[in-house]
Design a binder for this molecule. Structure first.
Ligand code: ARG
Length: 565
């Protein structure tokens, strides 16, 4: 419609092509000001006439048009009112296409998303929950736009901490305790190590020696390390399963140790390395950044070295068009340094293709929990608690609901995901159970409940998927609430693109909420199950379309919809 109006205007205004007019066309803030508005201020200079006179002239030239209900002159604006029935038909036809929302924008392009990436032998805390949730949603959004996406879990599975763990295990650990309590036990002995090392510094030397053994490929050291890693992965995978998340690669930091040499060689070739207190660094003063350390005194790699190696490896392996890193804001400098060094190595693409996607902290209402200050809350616990609480609500309100456990799972997990993704990712997330689980608030359960409501109405008619092919009388859907819902539905493809452009799943979350609200208004104003077959068909068709969009958009956030709640 917008293009059609732009074409029409361009044919009446000399020197303005369709594209230019389309850029100028606005969507007025209120429905009574029309569907599109064209401001004539810019034309005043060209035609040397008052803008309101120009608007009146153009309106006269346009006259009657089959697809326009009316064209109004309001001051310097031309307001276009699209014929409602035509609008309804257009949206219906478009949105009923299979795969509505998908696009081929990313065809032939690859995006690597580096997310979740917990640190082996440490529990998965709520900070890692955020990267996991945001990364997973970005994966779904980019896939929808036709990109090939590589989901990479860059495990924190290398570093001196493993030397400490081996020492701790040998001194105070036992096979049985680790097997029985998993990561919790590894964390216990790790804490013990630090307590003891306070008193006896030689423990630190022992730890360093074990890490050196690991770096040199010592079999015993690597076996213990591999075992710690396996134990940790079993626990991580439980959380991933709970969230319905998978990865294409678990190549973590250890994978890149033997690839660090290339980084050093390339830095040398470009004359970037400088010795500093025995270590090798790349100076970044010119870019107002602290130097990037690429090699420690003892010749071993560090976090940054392994990230540098990972960039080069991923470029060669996946030929990515973008490589996205989802981590907390506190790693901003780290990624800025890594990206800059890659650029200095002569890889110009670093500027556009390497992107850090930071996010804010998590706290519990009452301020008990912070990812920075300790007092850590674990992902597992928060997910389980959410599911249990929802289970209780169901027991109280709807004890006869079939598949209670499954519903509680979908809603409990969905509530956490939605709460995480509803605000811009850079903002801090607060866990306030009453708010997260409020079925009338701006929450996941509210949107899921709206979906279940739509599903139950279709069930009344024995329709699970309403027959989308049936012809309907579009003029039935021209009331304000139906039109408002259709306008939301119409927006879906642009919403997905905007979310990808801004790397911001909240755009989709806000949208799902807007559709749910528009749906509830539509359903409030329009009875769907009515005598009149034509009216019933038309409304049910719109209802089922909204239902599909709700499920699809929540799906982009990683949230599933139960059919009954
Ligand atoms: N393991 C790191 C952490 O927990 C996150 C890794 C992010 N990805 C990367 N390529 N550096 O803080």
């Amino acid at each position: 419609m917008k293009t059609k109006i732009a074409e029409l205007l361009a044919s009446k205004i000399e020197g303005f092509d369709t594209q230019k007019v389309e850029q100028l066309l606005e969507v007025p803030p209120k429905a009574d000001m029309g569907d599109f508005a064209f401001p004539c201020f810019q034309l005043a200079k060209v035609f040397r006439k008052a803008p309101n006179m120009i608007a009146a002239d153009i309106a006269e030239q346009i006259g009657e048009q089959p697809f326009l209900a009316k064209v109004e002159v309001k001051g310097a604006y031309l307001n276009f009112f699209v014929d409602k029935t035509i609008f309804v038909r257009q949206v219906m036809e478009r949105a009923c296409q299979p795969g509505y929302g998908k696009s081929d924008l990313g065809e032939g392009k690859t995006v690597c998303i580096d997310y979740s990436s917990p640190n082996v032998a440490k529990k998965f805390h709520v900070g890692h929950l955020r990267t996991t949730i945001i990364g997973n949603s970005l994966y779904k959004i980019f896939t929808k736009l036709g990109y090939q996406v590589e989901r990479i879990n860059h495990l924190g599975d290398w570093g001196t901490q493993f030397g400490k763990l081996i020492v701790a295990y040998k001194k105070w650990g036992s096979k049985e305790a680790v097997e029985e309590n998993g990561i919790a036990e590894l964390m216990n002995i790790y804490v013990k190590f630090h307590e003891e090392a306070e008193k006896d510094d030689s423990l630190n030397d022992e730890a360093r020696a074990w890490f050196t053994k690991m770096e040199q490929g010592d079999q015993e050291a690597l076996e213990i390390w591999q075992w710690f890693k396996d134990i940790s992965l079993i626990e991580y995978k439980k959380t991933y399963e709970m969230l319905g998340i998978e990865f294409d690669s678990y190549a973590g930091e250890s994978f890149y140790c033997d690839k660090s040499k290339r980084v050093i060689d390339e830095c040398n070739a470009k004359n970037l390395l400088e010795e500093s207190e025995g270590a090798y660094i790349v100076r970044l003063d010119e870019y107002n950044m602290a130097p990037c350390i690429v090699m420690k005194k003892d010749g071993s790699s560090i976090y940054a070295t392994r990230d540098l190696a990972a960039v080069l490896y991923r470029k060669d392996t996946y030929h990515f068009d973008k490589c996205i890193y989802v981590t907390g804001l506190e790693q901003k400098l780290h990624f800025a340094q890594v990206f800059k060094v890659i650029e200095l190595l002569g890889y110009e693409w670093a500027k556009e293709q390497l992107v850090h996607v930071p996010y804010g902290l998590v706290s519990l209402k009452g301020g008990k929990l912070s990812t920075r200050k300790g007092n850590i809350i674990y992902a597992e616990d928060i997910l389980n608690e959410s599911v249990n609480r929802i289970h209780e609500i169901i027991e109280e309100k709807n004890p006869n609901l079939p598949d209670k456990a499954d519903v509680a799972h979908k809603v409990g997990v969905g509530a956490i995901l939605f709460n995480d993704l509803y605000n811009q990712r850079i903002k801090d997330v607060v866990f306030d159970w009453d708010k997260i689980h409020n079925f009338d608030g701006e929450t996941g359960p509210y949107v899921q409940y709206t979906y279940a409501r739509a599903a139950s109405i279709l069930r009344k008619r024995n329709l699970s998927e309403f027959d989308m092919d049936c012809c309907i009388d579009c003029s039935i859907l021209t009331d304000d609430a139906s039109i408002a819902l259709l306008k939301e539905i119409n927006r879906y493809p642009e919403v997905i693109k905007a979310a990808a452009d801004r790397l911001e799943p909240s755009v989709v979350a806000r949208y799902a909420m807007a559709v749910a609200q528009a749906f509830n208004k539509f359903y409030h104003d329009n009875q769907c199950i009515v005598e009149d077959e034509e009216v019933c068909n038309a409304r049910l068709k719109l209802l089922s379309l909204a239902k599909t969009i709700l499920r699809d958009s929540l799906g982009l956030l990683g949230i599933e919809c139960p059919e009954q709640m």
